[in-house]
Design a protein around this ligand. Structure first.
Ligand code: C2E
Ligand code: CA
Ligand code: CA
Ligand code: CA
Length: 277
């Protein structure tokens, strides 16, 4: 009835108001988050599935706001991309992650790669490559220990600038990987053309390995095809032994997930015991 519809509409528009209010709050609070030191990085181990050794750490941003509490990256990263705040935020992430990796090396640990998530917006900045060069200089980290993770959406930006930047990064010795592979619409041969070194199989497929919802067939096919094209493969979201055993059986190169370790602050990782299980 009419009354009912009006009631529904009211609820709906209140919800919308709440959503845009939340958005505005995030946008406003993001402006001072770095200066107020509310941001920090957690690191999650990436394990070589042949040797069981630590081969890399992925840096993942964490925002702990005094009133809002813990704000997950999936909710503030997209907003920061729309407002452009991702550019300064991303620079901070890259600097902090490279500095941490250099610190681990200086402490005498065997060198590993640091994997940093880079937004498409960042890669589209004219001075992105220059920023990477500066940060490597400032932190003293060798380019070969840095890997940049981008999602497939980057390939929708088929511009000269992008191709040129990717080539320059490669020349520097920085590696590039495609994150969340399989969720977009890119073919692997297209990726190869852009000279990506690695792909990360999205955790939704890895999760389906144990449910057997085509997860086995999909992950096995991605691994085989990637290897044919000379790319290495990281499986994300490994949570149990069934998934791990299957991936090892398929010669997946590396793995990441709660099974090996959750993302943690640097000081809570013991690199000397990571990772021969
Ligand atoms: P992502 O790059 O795909 O990162 C992996 C996400 O999966 C992380 O969520 C991680 O905590 C979670 N994860 C790892 N292992 C497991 C597992 O075994 N099971 C399950 N269920 N989850 C697992 P997180 O930290 O919440 O980050 C979410 C997304 O936010 C990231 O997805 C990435 O797209 C974005 N993000 C995080 N940090 C940054 C950053 O510094 N810059 C940019 N541009 N994006 C970031
Ligand atoms: Ca990632
Ligand atoms: Ca991912
Ligand atoms: Ca993701």
């Amino acid at each position: 009835t009419k009354k009912h519809k009006i009631a529904q509409y009211t609820v709906y528009s209140e919800e919308l108001d709440q959503q845009s209010a939340y958005r505005l709050t995030i946008e406003r609070e993001l402006k001072s988050a770095l200066a107020k030191q509310e941001m920090m990085l957690h690191y999650q181990p990436i394990i070589d599935l042949k040797t069981n050794r630590l081969s890399a750490m992925e840096a993942l941003i964490r925002w702990n706001h005094p009133e809002l509490g813990f704000v997950p990256p999936d909710s503030f990263i997209p907003i920061s991309e729309e407002t452009g705040q991702i550019v300064s935020l991303g620079r901070w992430v890259l600097y902090t992650a490279c500095a941490q990796n250099k610190a681990w090396q200086d402490q005498g640990h065997p060198p590993i790669k640091i994997c940093v998530n880079i937004s498409t917006i960042q890669l589209q900045q004219l001075d992105f490559v220059q920023t990477v060069i500066e940060i490597l200089e400032e932190t003293g980290l060798d380019a070969k220990w840095l890997e940049l993770e981008v999602t497939e959406s980057i390939l929708l930006v088929d511009t000269e600038l992008l191709k040129c930047s990717l080539q320059q990064l490669k020349k520097l010795g920085v590696s590039m990987s495609i994150d969340d592979f399989g969720t977009g619409f890119t073919s692997l041969s297209y990726l190869r053309q852009f000279s990506f070194d690695r792909i990360k199989i999205d955790r939704s497929f890895v999760g389906d390995i144990s449910n057997d919802l085509n997860g086995k067939a999909i992950t096995a096919t991605i691994i085989l095809l990637a290897h044919t094209l000379n790319m290495t493969v990281v499986a994300e979201g490994i949570e149990d032994n069934t998934q791990l055993a299957f991936l090892q059986d398929q010669n997946c190169n590396e793995g990441q997930g709660y099974y090996f370790g959750r993302p943690l602050p640097a000081e809570l990782h013991d690199l000397t015991t990571l990772y021969v299980k």
